[in-house]
Structure formats: C-alpha cells, structure tokens
Design a protein around this ligand. Sequence first.
Ligand SMILES: Nc1ncnc2c1ncn2[C@@H]1O[C@H](COP(=O)(O)OP(=O)(O)OP(=O)(O)O)[C@@H](O)[C@H]1O
Ligand SMILES: [Mg+2]
Length: 374
Amino acid sequence: MDNYVIELRRIVKRFGSTAAVDSVSLDVKAGEFITLLGPSGCGKTTLLRMIAGLETPDEGAVFLNGADVTGLPAYKRDVSTVFQQYALFPHLDVKANVAFGLKRRRVARSEIEQRVSKAIDMVRLNGLDHRKPSELSGGQQQRVALARSLVLNPRSLLLDEPLAALDLKLRKQMQIELKALQRRLGISFIYVTHDQEEALTMSDRIAVMNAGKIEQIGTAEEIYERPLTEFTASFIGESNVLDGTLESSSGDTALVRINDTTARACLAESVRGVPVGSTIRLMIRPEKITLGSSNGISGTIEAQTYLGESTRWRIRLKGGQELSALGQNSGRSSRVGGIGDEVTISWEPECAVVLAPVAGGSGAERSIAEAYSS
Ligand SMILES: Nc1ncnc2c1ncn2[C@@H]1O[C@H](COP(=O)(O)OP(=O)(O)OP(=O)(O)O)[C@@H](O)[C@H]1O
Ligand SMILES: [Mg+2]
C-alpha cells in the first residue's frame, strides 16, 4: 500500500449556503509536488487552510502521515504553510523571523541556532541574517518566508501562490529554485497557483479545481492531452470544442459525425457508455489540426496570421462552427491557401477527445448526464 503524507476524504467547507470546498478527496504521496490550479474563488486557499488546521471541515476527514488530524489544531500538525503575503514580522530581522516557530515550540537554543543557519543556507540568504524585511527585495522576502517554514522540517509544505508578488523574471527563477529544493529535500509540496504555465513546469500532478471541486487530477501531459471536461480543456492551453454526434464507439475509440463528415476521436474511460446518436462535444488543440489533407472536414479560411515560428488560422466549418489551427513554419511548404479559400481539416484520432457531458448543460447534454447516473 502506498504511504500517503496527506489524505483528504470528501472534505466539505461551507460559508453560509455555498460550499467553498465541495467534497474533495485527494491523496498526496511522500515527495510529490501537487499543484492546485483554478480560477479565483474556486476554493484553493480554503482547501489548504483545512489541511493546515486553520479551518475545520464541515464534513469529511484529513489524514496526515496516516493519522486522522481532523480535530487537531494547526500547531500540532506536521505541515507548514507559506502564504502569498509572506507575513514576516517587520520588527524582526531575517534570523529572528526564521527562528520564530522553533522558539514557540521551545526548541533548545543551540539547536535553534544550528537549524536556522541551515535553513538560511538552503534558501541562499547567507550574509543577510540581520536585515529587516523592509531592507530586502521581494524575492528575498519570499525566501525568508520559505526558510521560516522549512526550518520546522515538515514532511509536507503548503504554498499559497508564493510567487504571485514577484515580477516575471524573478518568478521564473524562483520556480526553478523551489522545484530543485523540493526534489533535494524530498518533502511533499501542495502548491497553489492560477498560472497554468507555472503548474505545467513544476508539478508531478496537477489538480484542476472548479467551484469547490477537483475537476480532474493528473500529470501535466494527461491534463493537457486528455482533458475530461470542457472546463479543464479551456483552463489549460487553448482548445477548440466542436459539436458532433456519436456514431459508434468501441473501447477507447469513437467515430464522431461533424456536419457531413465522420472523424475518429478517443474516448476516456469516464465517457464510455454515452449512447450512440448522442450529441457530444469534441476537444481538439489548435496545433493538432492538419490543414489541407485529402480527406477531412471542409471549411473556409477566415483569417490567417503569420507569427514567425508558426502561422495561425481561423477556420469556419460548413455548419458554421469556428475553430483555430496552428502550424509550425518548419520550412517545408506550409502554404495551405489564403483567406476565403476552402480547406479540409483532419487530425490523428488520439488527438481529439470526447468530453464528459456537463450536468445542467444543454438539453442533449442533460439527457446524457442522466443516462450516466442511472
Ligand atoms: N472566511 C470566509 N467567509 C466567507 N466566505 C469565504 C471565506 N473564505 C472564503 N470564502 C469564500 O469561499 C470561496 C473560496 O475562497 P478561496 O479563498 O478558497 O478561493 P481561492 O481559490 O483561494 O481564490 P483566489 O485565487 O482568489 O485566492 C469564495 O467564494 C470566497 O468568497
Ligand atoms: Mg486564494
């Protein structure tokens, strides 16, 4: 059996009548880097606060290192948190800020001295021990906040948009540093961001959150290549979503009719069982579309933009649906036509994904959703 450092079992947190976190379950392995990615207000901070013990769930349970800590106060939990606003003590210098948690835990003075200097070393702040936060740059303050958490030797670290206040260049640099530090120390990170690129570069797994729920969890590649829902598809990267009809399905492949053409697509396990003849939505990334193949779905080029390394096309299909295609300007003839010309579009079957129907969506989607739950 896997050893999980954090396990969430269907936790719920309500503020008034709305559930900020709505039945979330999550397992985090030792040494794993998990990112919570989602729009503002989807419940990321509330979820972290429940793991840290700063908020009590209304339902469900939180386990840390195998033990149920749901009723345990924050200071008794083996996790540490780095907040977006670093919340450093302005009147204390770097050393005293980093030592704060250890002093409160009544750790022996000599041990504090040793652990603090090790933590300061870890985040490369040597020589700045006696500066006050106001005498440090944003990136340095961020490192103090990190050292203050790491000094407690937690098995898991919770980080709530720790880089949000930094400019782009520093943020990129800190992303690399943080990831390297996490690997080296072997501790688990739960990392909150709403920057999709940050999530893609740093994480072992990404949990996409929407309205208090984890919509999908998987590796960066799984989330990008195989989104299960339209929300995930549109939240990470660019996507085209086309309406079609399911003609037939067998295992993980499907035939989908779009206008008068049949195209192949793949079917995730959770979407199997959609009845043949249903209206479905198909997701396809712009860079996965081939233009000008001998057979495919016909459309008209409405716009063409040369972008240097690539060219982008806006294409309107016969039935009126629009989509965007992106082609690398690789040197081979990439000229497919001009504005107003007819083209055909096609894709490799594994690049088009049938999405899960949306509960409460259009009539057709609702009927599929009902068919699932029955
Ligand atoms: N103490 C509170 N009292 C009432 N409502 C709250 C409280 N804390 C959070 N909420 C609400 O719960 C929902 C989730 O908030 P949360 O702070 O977890 O979102 P978030 O995903 O961290 O957003 P952001 O990306 O903006 O930080 C929001 O609708 C928010 O208004
Ligand atoms: Mg937040």
